[in-house]
Ligand binder design. Structure first.
Ligand SMILES: [Zn+2]
Length: 110
């Protein structure tokens, strides 16, 4: 069985660089913005509670949110969709859509 997290396909940031299997995904540096139906994404492998990228209203870009990045939120200007792919190691990653569930947590959209 294919397992994207196995082997040497990990970026220096610790996340896989291969896309997931069985879930919709995008490569923001290569693919178009999926449109307003997608409000938030994570780099595949990231935990949305810790770090997710949310669409800014009025199509003004994307900003990171979550327990690991909230501290920096005021200093981080919105980024373009194409930039969403890039982690701190400047590697493009596939992203998957996430949404807030009824309990206020975040789940990956299948
Ligand atoms: Zn990375």
């Amino acid at each position: 069985m294919e397992n994207a997290a196995r082997g040497a396909e990990l970026c220096r940031c610790g996340l896989p660089t291969r896309p997931p299997v069985g879930v919709a995904w995008w490569r923001p540096d290569q693919d178009e913005d999926p449109g307003p139906g997608v409000r938030a994404v994570v780099r595949y492998g990231d935990q949305p509670q810790l770090r997710r990228v949310q669409r800014v209203d009025n199509n003004a870009g994307w900003t990171e949110h979550g327990a690991m990045v909230d501290f920096y939120q005021d200093r981080t200007p919105p980024m373009s969709w194409a930039q969403v792919a890039r982690c701190w190691a400047d590697t493009p990653h596939p992203v998957v859509a996430v949404r807030k569930d009824a309990t206020g947590g975040w789940t990956i959209c299948a």
